[in-house]
Design a protein around this ligand. Structure first.
Ligand code: IPE
Ligand code: IPE
Ligand code: MG
Length: 252
């Protein structure tokens, strides 16, 4: 299913096109299209989320193998609370399931789980499982798997500003010292470089409030396929495309 199957040889050929010396350090993905994937198959939206979770498991493994150092995944936005209660519940259940199934493997592979977003709004069980994963993996160093949960780029910036104001008030920070780097240190991604590559499947050409501060010079890769159809080959294609670009950062 999906019409995007690629033979083993085709996949290897594609993989060989990747320049291993120029792998993006940080890849960010807006995992979108689960609902439409399900609708196309006359399935409930939750079936799309379930299938989407399988892709998360696969893509994390592929990223580990490619030696990507930071992988940011948008799983739930500050706006996704607008969805029906049942859908939110099933997403939170899947999150718990993901951690229960994958945490040991992730930990064994020396991957550190980090999150961005206000976790205090998550249902208790989901929050506790996420906190357990973060705590267990906090000393791992192969890759940071950074998951956006109740995350919004604007919310993140406002939170950063409030914390800056607080530190200025407490005398921990001087107003004159506030610059781009300082603000960066007050974001959830304080310990990560900006994303080199942002991937959004599903055909939507927008950011939906994702990493607004961090993506100033990020390269974008959009695709019409739905997230549950997103396979290894698509990650390879995105990286190959990325490697063909000329990043000038305002220079010449
Ligand atoms: C992405 O798929 C998953 C989340 C936003 C949680 P969607 O659920 O947005 O799927 P579409 O965009 O409706 O197809
Ligand atoms: C963005 O997808 C959020 C996540 C993938 C978690 P949405 O489906 O919520 O975005 P919009 O509503 O289409 O912009
Ligand atoms: Mg969507």
């Amino acid at each position: 299913m999906g019409g995007n199957l690629m033979g083993k040889n085709g996949l290897l050929e594609l993989k060989e096109k990747i320049d291993l010396d120029r792998i993006p350090k940080h890849i960010a993905i807006i995992m979108d299209g689960n609902g439409r994937w399900a609708k196309k198959r006359f399935l409930p939206r939750t079936a799309g989320h379930q299938e989407g979770m399988k892709r998360v498991i696969e893509i994390v493994e592929v990223a580990e193998k490619l030696d990507i150092k930071y992988l940011s995944l948008y799983a739930f936005s500050t706006e996704n609370w607008k969805r029906p209660k049942e859908e939110i519940e099933s997403l939170m259940k899947l999150l718990v399931q993901y951690i229960r199934n994958e945490l040991d493997r992730i930990h064994k592979n020396n991957v550190r789980i980090q999150t961005m977003g206000d976790l205090s709004k998550l249902p208790r069980l989901a929050r506790e499982e996420v906190e357990r994963a973060v705590e267990k993996t906090k000393n791992n160093s192969k890759m940071i798997l950074n998951i956006g949960l109740n995350y919004g780029g604007r919310d993140e910036i406002i939170r950063g500003i409030k914390n800056i104001l607080e530190d200025v008030k407490m005398g921990k920070l001087k107003e004159d010292h506030i610059d781009e780097k300082v603000l960066n240190n007050y974001l959830y991604t304080y310990n990560m470089p900006d994303p080199d590559l942002l991937i959004r499947p599903s055909g939507e050409l927008r950011l939906s409030n994702f990493m607004l501060y961090q993506i100033a010079y990020t390269e974008f890769w959009f695709s019409d396929i739905y997230w549950p159809d997103f396979k290894e080959e698509h990650l390879y294609k995105a990286i190959i495309d990325y490697q063909s670009r000329n990043r000038r950062f305002g220079g010449i």
